[in-house]
Design a protein. Structure first.
Ligand code: PPS
Ligand code: ADP
Length: 405
């Protein structure tokens, strides 16, 4: 049987399919079902449904296959029986395996069936929350519940980094709404506000709600830049000056003070973190993902990480940018755009000469590709430039954005 780890959004949808929160859906939608939903807001049998719930699976997986869906920590969550393939998407019903019982507030992730059994008879006012309820919203909920003689079901919608804080907000609200129930629901936000609202309503109804109150959208005020995580990611050919400038930046930042710095030196990475990897496309990508993973963990906790690999592929650099931004940190791409001729003229380690002589295969710029970035925050051609000036340019970028004071 094939195994696959879906992305975070797909896993959240999977959990809702398995729990019955997405009833009447029991699996990921076929192309016809998804089209019906997008065009008419209905499934082919006429049932209203607001959002196409789909999953992308790797190309080799075909109709008739059974796929074990795993979470990133390796727990097998469900088995999907694939009935259709349409491009990257696959459709089919899902059956639960042992649900992993971990994660913050796992005890509050209950099924609609469980919750419905426990709710008192009569009206139920569900409050879906993506952020805290301010006192006006709390008063509104209390007054509506009293008017309808309804019990209150607080549904923090947990997805991503902010998940636990939304549950804490719901528990605080519960303390001020006697008799209310809290259930954590992993419903990822939808871009379209109307669709998001409709989906919240469907899920609330499945949990037994007769009325739905959509909590206000959270106001997220990002912390000041000098407290936010930052990754400064250098990319460029071998010999372009990445390590020299990256080390200069590290030293300048440490001299200034105010921030801790992690420098993921290319040689150290290749010796430890990526020991044994080659320079094939797969291994280069894995190397960059590993660097990105560590840098994002540093940035998650408000740290500043500097990385300086060649990172020749645009898509992989994009992945790292997304990994960093997903943890609420900032990402700066510095393209050290020293031309190949200059890098080769410097040939500090004699590698270009060896590559030209055919002694090193797949050498970037000589016999392997380098995709020029079109999303760099700074482009530096170090030809005829002093190291101090090059470091100064990056330092200006970092200070002018407020990341360092
Ligand atoms: N085939 C091939 N192509 C490119 N580079 C090679 C190759 N073989 C060895 N080296 C040496 O490895 C350094 C690049 O490693 P990186 O980890 O930065 O490369 S990558 O981002 O994974 O593509 C690079 O070091 P820098 O000069 O510091 O960039 C080279 O010295
Ligand atoms: N302005 C500059 N910035 C960075 N390096 C420079 C500059 N001018 C000359 N160099 C030289 O170019 C070489 C760059 O090597 P290195 O920093 O190891 O490149 P990379 O890490 O990109 O392979 C060093 O020998 C460095 O002294």
């Amino acid at each position: 049987m094939t195994e696959w780890t879906p992305d975070a959004r797909e896993l959240a949808d999977l959990e809702l399919l398995l729990s019955g929160a997405y009833a009447p859906l029991t699996g990921f939608l076929t192309a016809a079902e998804a089209d019906g939903v997008v065009e008419q807001g209905r499934l082919p049998d006429g049932t209203p449904w607001p959002d196409p719930i789909t999953i992308a699976l790797p190309d080799g997986i075909q109709p008739g296959d059974q796929v074990t869906l795993k979470d990133p920590e390796g727990a097998a969550v469900a088995v999907m029986t694939v009935v259709e393939r349409d491009g990257h998407h696959a459709a089919g019903p899902v059956e639960p395996l042992d649900a992993p019982a971990y994660g913050p507030f796992a005890r509050l992730r209950r099924t609609p069936e469980d919750v419905r059994k426990e709710l008192p008879d009569g009206e139920v006012l569900a409050v879906t929350m993506r952020g805290p309820l301010d006192s006006a919203a709390l008063e509104d909920v209390a007054a509506t519940a009293e008017e309808l003689d309804a019990s209150v079901l607080l549904m923090p919608l947990v997805f991503g980094e902010s998940g636990p804080s939304v549950v804490r907000a719901a528990l605080t609200a519960a303390g001020r709404l006697p008799g209310s129930t809290v259930v954590a629901v992993p419903l990822a936000p939808r871009e379209d506000v109307e669709i998001d609202l409709e989906l919240r309503e469907h899920v609330a109804r499945n949990y037994g709600a007769t009325e739905h109150f959509a909590g206000p959208a959270p106001v997220t005020i990002p912390g000041p830049p000098h407290r936010r995580g930052l990754v400064v990611f250098f990319t460029g050919l071998s010999g372009s000056g990445k390590s020299t400038v990256a080390r200069g930046l590290r030293d300048a930042l440490l001299e200034r003070g105010g921030r801790t710095v992690t420098y993921l030196d290319g040689d150290v990475v290749r010796r430890l973190l990526s020991a044994g990897l080659t320079f094939s496309r797969e291994d280069r990508d894995l190397n960059i993902r590993r660097i990105g993973f560590v840098a994002a963990e540093v940035a998650r906790h408000g740290g500043l990480a500097i990385c300086a690999p060649i990172a020749p592929y645009a898509a992989t650099r994009e992945e790292v940018r997304a990994m960093v931004e997903d943890v609420g940190a900032d990402f700066l791409l510095v393209h050290v755009a020293t031309p190949l001729e200059e890098c080769e003229r410097r040939d500090r380690k004699g590698l270009y000469a060896k590559a030209r002589a055919g002694l090193i295969p797949e050498f970037t710029g000589v016999s392997d590709p380098y995709e020029e970035p079109d999303d760099a925050d700074l482009v530096l051609d170090t030809t005829g430039m002093s190291v101090e000036r090059a470091v100064g340019a990056v330092l200006t970028l970092v200070t002018s954005g407020g990341w360092v004071r």
